[in-house]
Design a protein around this ligand. Structure first.
Ligand SMILES: O=C(O)[C@@H](CO)OP(=O)(O)O
Ligand SMILES: [Mn+2]
Ligand SMILES: [Mn+2]
Length: 548
C-alpha cells in the first residue's frame, strides 16, 4: 500500500493521463507537422496551464546513449515503472561486449541444437542499426560466434526497416552485409541471406492487429515460398524498380534461391534465433514457432527447431521459453502499487498502441493487476496516411464513458496518431493526425471538469515534430535530388511536453521544471495527485502544491 500524503489530500475526482504518441517538441518549426497543425486546444493549454518539458530519449529512458532516440517500449516502461531501467538495446550490447551471452544455456542450446541437426542456425529480425527493436551489430556478433563454434551453416532472414532509419536505406545495410557474409564464409562455414521483406509487410505485426503479416512471414522464412531472387540486394532493386514509391518498411517479401531452390528454408533440427530485443513485434512470430496448438493461420508444416528470442518478450506468458539475454526485471510499477493501494485503473487505446498502455505500462507483462480495466478499440488495417484520424474519436468515446461511469480513480489512454502517421513520412497526413488528437482533447477535457478531475497530457517520444531528415551540417531539412524535402519516418531525440490540466485546485497545483525531468517522474506525480506519497523506488514527483 502506498502511504497517504501528509501534505496534500489529492484530487477528489479522476486523475487522467493522456499520451499523445510521437508528440515531441521540435527545435525548429520547419518540418514539424505539429507546428503546421491547427490545434486550438493544445495551444490554449500550453498558454494557460502549468507545463514543462520531459526528456524522453537516450539514458533518460534506459537507452545506451543520448544518441539513441526514444521509443514506445522504453517510454511506456519508464512512465509505468516510475524508474529508468537499462533496456534491451543496452543489455544485449553489454552481454555481447563482456561475452556473457555465449556462456548462457540458451545460446549453447542453439549451437548444440544446430549441430545435432542439419547444422543450421537461422537468424530472423529487423535489419538495421535503429536500436529500437534490434541492432545489426548484435546479428553480426552472433554470426561470427557461430563460426567460431564450428556451426556449419547460417541463414539470415532480414526484415527491412525504413521506419527507425531513413526510409530507403536498406541497401546501405544489405550491400556491406552481403560482403561480410561472403568474407566470413569459406571452409566449413556457409553464411547467406535466405529471405526477407519489409517490416510492415511481413512478420513484425503486434497486438494481433494483422496476423496475415505473420503468415506471409512464415511462408517466406520457413516454407521458402515467394518471389525468388539470387540475392537480397537484387531483390530490393527489382522490387523498388517495380514500385518506386514503396519505402523499405512496406517492400513485399522475397526468397533467395539458387537453381530454383530456396537456399534457407527452416527444417527439422535447425536452430532459430529471433534477434529483436523488443517484444511487441516479436511475440506473434514467436508464438507461431512455439505454440503446439497454434491456430492463428495454417503453418502448413511446423519444423521441430531449437528456438530462442533475444530477450524474454512477455514476463507473464513466459514467452519465449528460451531467450539469450535476461530482460529488464521491471518491478514496483505504478500499476502494481496503485492496485495494492485500492486504486481502480482504466486503460484504453486502439490496437496499434493498446499494448503500450497495458503490457509496456506494466513492465512487459500482459496480465492485469487487480482493479485494472482495459478497453481496446480495434485499429483499421489500412495505410494510416489515408486515415490519419485513425480511432482517436472512438478512444475519446471510451474515455468519456469511463469517466462518466465514475468507476475509475485513474484513467490512461494513448492516441497513436502522431506516431503511426509520423512513421508514414507523409507531412500533410501527420498534420491532420495532430489535429485529430487536438479535436478529441477538446471533447475529453470538459468531461474531466464535470467529474472534478485533472489530466496530465504528455507523450512517450517525438516523431511528428520532425517529418524531414535534418542535414547535420546546416541543421536544415535535407533535400532529395529533385529538391523536395527528404521525408523522415523515425522518432526524434526531442523532449516531450507535460501539461497539467487542472480546473479544480484553484491554481494551487503546478509542475516544477528540473533539468533531469523525464518520463520516469510521471508516476510519482500521479501518485501525489491521488493524495499518495510516491513509492520509494520511483523518481521524484514534479507536482508543486501551494499551501491553501
Ligand atoms: O512502430 C514501432 O514498432 C516503433 C518504431 O520501430 O514505434 P513505437 O516505439 O512508437 O511503437
Ligand atoms: Mn510511441
Ligand atoms: Mn513509433
Amino acid at each position: 500500500m502506498l502511504q497517504k500524503s501528509a501534505s496534500f489530500p489529492g484530487i477528489q475526482g479522476p486523475v487522467v493521463t493522456i499520451i499523445m504518441d510521437g508528440y515531441g517538441i521540435a527545435r525548429t518549426d520547419v518540418g514539424s507537422a505539429i507546428a503546421a497543425a491547427r490545434k486550438p486546444t493544445l495551444d490554449r493549454l500550453l498558454a494557460s496551464c502549468p507545463n514543462i518539458t520531459l526528456r524522453a530519449h537516450g539514458t533518460a529512458v534506459g537507452m545506451p546513449s543520448d544518441d539513441d532516440m526514444g521509443n514506445s517500449e522504453v517510454g511506456h516502461n519508464a512512465i509505468g515503472a516510475g524508474q529508468v531501467y537499462s533496456q534491451g538495446a543496452a543489455l544485449v550490447a553489454d552481454a555481447i561486449a563482456v561475452g556473457s551471452i555465449w556462456q548462457g544455456a540458451a545460446w549453447q542450446q542453439i549451437v548444440a541444437g544446430a549441430k545435432a541437426g542439419r547444422g543450421v542456425i537461422h537468424f530472423l529480425g529487423l535489419f538495421s542499426d535503429g536500436n529500437v527493436h534490434s541492432h545489426i551489430d548484435h546479428l553480426r556478433a552472433m554470426i561470427l560466434r557461430a563460426k567460431d563454434e564450428a556451426v556449419p551453416s547460417v541463414r539470415v532472414h532480414i526484415l527491412l526497416d525504413g521506419r527507425d532509419v531513413p526510409e530507403t536505406s536498406a541497401l546501405d545495410y544489405v550491400l556491406p552485409f552481403e560482403a561480410f557474409l561472403a568474407e566470413v564464409s569459406g571452409a566449413g562455414f556457409d553464411a547467406r541471406i535466405a529471405s526477407g521483406g519489409g517490416r510492415m509487410s511481413i512478420t513484425m505485426d503486434r497486438y494481433e492487429a494483422n496476423w496475415n503479416m505473420v503468415e506471409r512471414g512464415w511462408q517466406t522464412h520457413v516454407l521458402g515460398q515467394g518471389e525468388q531472387y539470387a540475392s537480397a540486394s537484387q531483390a530490393i532493386e527489382a522490387l523498388r524498380a517495380r514500385s518506386p514509391a514503396t519505402i523499405d518498411q512496406d517492400l513485399p517479401s522475397f526468397v533467395i534461391a539458387s537453381a530454383g531452390q530456396p537456399v534457407g528454408t527452416i527444417e527439422d533440427g535447425d536452430s532459430v534465433v529471433f534477434f529483436n530485443f523488443r517484444g511487441d513485434r516479436a511475440i506473434e512470430i514467436t508464438r507461431a514457432f512455439e505454440e503446439a496448438n497454434f491456430d492463428k493461420f495454417d503453418r502448413v508444416r511446423v519444423p521441430r527447431v531449437t528456438y530462442a528470442g533475444m530477450l524474454q518478450y512477455d514476463g507473464d506468458l513466459k514467452l519465449p521459453k528460451r531467450f539469450l539475454v535476461d530482460p529488464p526485471a521491471i518491478l514496483d510499477t505504478m500499476g502494481e502499487w496503485f492496485a495494492k493501494s485500492g486504486i481502480t485503473q482504466f486503460a484504453c487505446s486502439e490496437t496499434q498502441k493498446f499494448g503500450h498502455v497495458t503490457y509496456f505500462w506494466n513492465g512487459n507483462r500482459s496480465n492485469k493487476f487487480a482493479g485494472e480495466t482495459y478497453e481496446e478499440v480495434p485499429s483499421d488495417v489500412v495505410p494510416f496516411e489515408q486515415r490519419p484520424w485513425m480511432k482517436a474519436a472512438e478512444i475519446a468515446d471510451a474515455m468519456i464513458a469511463a469517466l462518466r461511469s465514475g468507476q475509475y480513480r485513474t484513467l490512461r489512454c494513448n492516441f497513436a496518431n502522431g506516431d503511426m502517421v509520423g512513421h508514414t513520412g507523409h507531412f500533410r497526413a501527420a498534420t491532420m493526425a495532430i489535429e485529430a488528437v487536438d479535436l478529441q482533447l477538446a471533447r475529453i477535457l470538459p468531461v474531466i471538469d464535470a467529474m472534478g478531475g485533472v489530466a496530465l497530457i504528455t507523450a512517450d517520444h517525438g516523431n511528428a515534430d520532425e517529418m524531414y531528415e535534418i542535414d547535420k551540417k546546416s541543421g536544415q531539412p535535407a533535400r532529395n535530388a529533385d529538391g523536395s524535402f527528404k521525408s523522415k519516418t523515425s522518432h526524434t531525440l526531442n523532449p516531450v511536453p507535460l501539461i497539467l490540466y487542472d480546473q479544480v485546485s484553484g491554481g494551487r497545483l503546478g509542475l516544477k521544471q528540473t533539468a533531469s525531468a523525464g518520463l520516469s517522474n510521471i508516476a510519482a506525480t500521479i501518485a501525489n495527485l491521488l493524495g499518495f506519497e510516491k513509492h520509494d523506488k520511483w523518481d521524484e514527483s514534479l507536482l508543486t502544491v501551494k499551501q491553501a
